[in-house]
Ligand binder design. Structure first.
Ligand code: GLN
Length: 385
């Protein structure tokens, strides 16, 4: 059978080429390439601000089949630089679909490539360790291959890159929307009890919903807010969000701000993903780049304090080096895939964080208890205030 002319091309920095069918925006983009193994949630993945600077390969083949809708965005715009899928996305079939994935992606200026052997590409990502990539989409099928490979080689990578400033909010705002679906065994706190300042390094909306649902009155502040600005809100607790880029690159603003909060107050503090990594840095530990990171919705994590295993959602390319945790900081969770650090806490204070995503929408709900733990820490403190 004659093959259709390819309308998209993907080049890895080592010169490996993949041809496919383009969808979404036309043009060219360069980024780091990762793979995500989740079976659902392509819209949440594409709009998760933590994916800034990355093109996502979806290992699950059915992408686009439920279209996109106005409710599932984790932020206002897609943030991932592009998407790679096995097949050209199918027409949407869902009562919730408001638009097909292809036009949504096109309107929002992001390139997609279908018809790619994503198993072969995923093996290349694992072997090469998050390679740099250039993807091009041209309906005429005209590609300057040499220039595309050069563009991939020219990408400077995520190490040392501060992207949180690019995706944070411009101004502070209040958040009161709650979760729509309820994890089993938990009750919704109807009225907020705890004033929480949430630092937005690229916060996913469902994290804010989870905080509100656990009884937090949430004020979101931009990434560069100082400790003084945070404390001016007289919070009962401080939350550090997820976000893109290298945690060590936030050393100019976020890490010193967290250190100051730790030095000046005894406030409960909770961090997720980038927030976890920055808390670890503020406490004196180090972060390192992983080979190909963790991106998926079925990552087993062991809670070292209870022995329980949680199935978690993950999206990170850096990790806290547990060998560098200082005295007084405990490793609380580890990945059962590779033993990497997944959680820490201070031994003597309600200051804790996790590498994975307890808000997980969609995804496993096992880790929702962490939001309740944060609320309980604030309630306990209020009792003795
Ligand atoms: N989801 C996140 O917050 C990601 C954190 C960080 N950018 C990493 O890749 O490790």
């Amino acid at each position: 059978m004659p093959q259709p002319t390819p309308t998209a091309c993907l080049a890895l920095a080592d010169g490996t080429l993949f041809y496919g069918t383009g969808f979404g925006a036309t043009g060219q983009t360069v980024a780091e390439l990762c793979f995500n193994t989740a079976m659902t949630g392509y819209q949440e993945i594409m709009t998760d601000p933590s994916y800034a600077g990355q093109v996502v390969t979806f290992t699950f083949p059915h992408v686009g089949n439920v279209g996109v809708n106005p409710e599932d965005d984790e932020t206002a715009e897609p943030v991932a630089a592009g998407m790679v899928v096995k097949w050209d996305p199918t027409s949407p079939s869902s009562w919730r679909a408001a638009e097909p994935l292809k036009t949504w992606l096109e309107r929002r200026g992001r390139i997609g490539i279908g018809g790619i052997d994503t198993r072969r590409l995923t093996r290349a990502i694992r072997r090469q360790g998050a390679p740099h990539v250039a993807i091009a989409h041209d309906p005429e099928g005209k590609f300057d291959i040499e220039a595309l490979i050069e563009a991939a080689r020219g990408f400077s990578g995520l190490v040392g890159l501060d992207l949180a400033r690019d995706v944070t909010c411009a101004q502070s705002y209040r958040w009161d929307e709650m979760r729509w679906a309820w994890p089993e065994g938990y009750t919704r706190q109807e009225s907020p009890k705890h004033k929480v300042v949430a630092l937005d390094y690229g916060a996913k909306r469902n994290i804010l919903r989870c905080l509100a649902s656990a009884g937090c009155d949430v004020t979101v502040l931009p990434a560069t807010a100082t400790a003084e600005e945070v404390l001016a809100h007289s919070p009962d607790g401080v939350f550090l969000s997820n976000g893109p880029g290298d945690p060590a690159a936030t050393g100019q603003y976020a890490v010193p701000m967290i250190r100051e909060i730790l030095d000046k107050t005894e406030l409960p503090l909770f961090g997720i993903c980038l927030g976890h990594q920055m808390l670890a840095l503020a406490l004196g530990a180090k972060t390192i780049k992983m080979n190909h990171g963790h991106h998926g919705a079925n990552h087993p994590v062991k809670d070292l304090e209870t022995g329980k295993v949680e199935i978690t959602s993950m999206n990170h390319g850096f990790t806290v080096d547990s060998q560098t945790l200082p005295k007084g900081v405990k490793e609380t969770h580890v990945s059962l895939f590779d033993g990497s650090n997944c959680g820490i806490r201070m031994s003597d204070r309600p200051v804790f964080s996790v590498q994975y995503h307890p808000e997980a929408s969609p995804g496993p709900q096992d880790s929702y208890y962490l939001f309740e733990r944060f609320a309980a820490a604030m309630a306990a403190r209020a009792q003795f205030a």
